[in-house]
Write a protein that binds this ligand. Structure first.
Ligand SMILES: *Cc1c(COP(=O)(O)O)cnc(C)c1O
Length: 467
């Protein structure tokens, strides 16, 4: 059974004044409907009102501190309320807060586009802005389809996605996602993608190396392309780590093989780097580890250092040229959001890139990555841990009911939720994906703070696995 949350006294039937947390939580629950939440859970799971952030820490209304082990949904890179980004934003707010982005432009978006083209793989030269990750996926899917249409290939209407993939939750993005929790209910509304088996190492055969798994999965992809390339616009993947699907990881050789297959069969490659971009896997972009350039690269989350919603789709001159014609040809790409290219968001992104430029971020992350790996290693011996995996600043621990057979805990037992609650009681924000406890801290985390995260998670795991 789920233990009651002990760090958060229930004052609801008491007569004296509520503490500040409880008062805010009560007001919140009166009107707010939260994302990714069965709201009924808040009858026993606390709603945590955060009033301030500082480095890797979040501070609640009663002054309790939580180490942000998940970068607030994988967005934060350089700490909460980062002073450099805050100063840039304040200045931008006094200069230009927003302007329509059709017919009008502004220097911050221009510089940001130049800088993004500079740091992303060769060949990506055009930047289309949107305002969140799912929107970027919609843009990439529509652009890919529309490219083929403009080339006289209107028969290409389908997309190939990997099992276990997650690309967002608007209808188009959800269509190419394969996480049942998000997809199942809405399936009747969605496009039907062609699903290819993920090169996920955890699902490999015993004794198979990550490269062998990648090679075997590429063979299946080749067969699918052989059959479906004529009707397929693009293959969409999350490079190296399928994050929402359970932090499942795969070998870079899959990406280089996939690039070659997409070229051979005339199908685009969409790299969704929304979660893995901006240094998460050890290189600025995960695609770099396979030395490939996709036809479309989607960026968001870390793009603004975790301060404001913004996304960008980078693509090639060739793609752009297929839309470039006299107005009367009717080939223009039609997609817009009111806040496309918002100057504040662009300025936050620019300052984030300035931090990457001025500080040895990736080099420093290698030290943190090694420390995290060292601290997580002992968990491999735990009788309920089937796997400890890591790719740069993303690490995950897979809890199972039975180590030998890797039999999973039934999801309704909600073991991960126990780890979450234990984390809240002990000053850490850990938000497991089902039975997968993961670590994706901001890059400003210290080694001591990593120790704290791992210690809390380990104790939380010990509590979560008991009957
Ligand atoms: C989070 C995420 C998205 C969706 O981004 P939102 O801004 O939440 O819509 C898409 N793809 C991947 C890989 C993600 O992790």
């Amino acid at each position: 059974m789920l233990e009651p949350y002990r760090g958060y006294p229930d004052h609801s039937h008491m007569n004296h004044q509520l503490d500040a947390n409880a008062a805010l939580a009560q007001r919140d629950l009166r009107h707010i409907w939260h994302p990714c939440t069965q709201m009924h859970d808040h009858e026993y799971v606390p709603m945590v009102p955060i009033v301030r952030g500082e480095g890797a820490w979040l501070i609640d209304a009663d002054g309790r501190r939580y180490l942000d082990g998940i970068s607030s949904w994988w967005t934060n890179l350089f700490g909460h309320a980062n002073p450099r980004i805050a100063a840039a934003l304040a200045e931008q707010a006094r200069t230009l807060e927003h302007v329509i982005f059709a017919g009008f432009t502004h220097p911050v978006a221009i510089e940001l586009a130049e800088r993004l083209v500079d740091i992303t793989p060769q060949g990506l030269e055009k930047v289309f802005f949107a305002d969140n990750g799912s929107a970027a996926i919609e843009v990439a899917l529509k652009m890919s389809f529309h490219y083929w249409l403009n080339q006289g290939h209107g028969e290409k209407t389908r997309f190939i996605a990997l099992t276990g993939s997650y690309h967002g939750e608007t209808l188009g993005a959800l269509s190419v996602s394969d996480v049942a929790l998000y997809r199942k209910t809405y399936a009747p509304l969605l496009l039907t993608p062609i699903l290819a088996p993920s090169p996920d190492i955890y699902e490999g055969e015993p004794g198979e190396s990550p490269e062998q798994i990648a090679a075997r999965r590429l063979e299946t992809m080749r067969e699918l392309l052989e059959r479906h390339a004529q009707e397929a616009c693009a293959v969409i993947v999350e490079p190296l780590v399928q994050c929402a699907g359970g932090m499942r990881m795969y070998h870079p050789s899959y990406l280089s093989g996939l690039r070659a297959l997409c070229d051979q069969y005339h199908v685009h490659l969409i790299a969704d780097e929304i979660a893995v971009g901006f240094g998460r896997t050890g290189t600025m972009f995960a695609c770099e580890q396979a030395a490939i350039a996709p036809d479309f690269m989607c960026l968001s989350k870390g793009l603004t250092g975790g301060t404001l919603p913004l996304s960008a789709v980078l693509t090639t001159q060739r793609m752009y040229d297929a839309f470039y014609a006299e107005y009367s040809a009717g080939k223009a790409f039609l997609h817009s959001h009111s806040y496309t290219g918002n100057p504040l968001a662009c300025r936050a992104a620019l300052e984030t890139l300035n931090i990457f430029r001025d500080e040895p971020v990736l080099e420093h992350n290698r030290t943190l990555t090694a420390h995290l790996a060292k601290r997580l290693a002992p968990l491999r011996e735990h009788p309920n841990v089937a796997d400890v995996r890591q790719h740069g600043m993303i690490a995950a621990v897979e809890l199972v009911a039975d180590k030998a057979t890797r039999r999973a805990f039934p999801s309704e037992e909600r073991r991960g939720l126990r780890v979450y609650l234990h984390g809240l009681e002990h000053g850490a924000l850990l938000r497991p994906l089902g039975n997968i406890i993961y670590f994706m801290p901001p890059y400003v985390v210290s080694e001591d703070e990593i120790d704290h995260l791992v210690d809390v998670a380990s104790a939380g795991i010990a509590r979560a696995v008991v009957a």
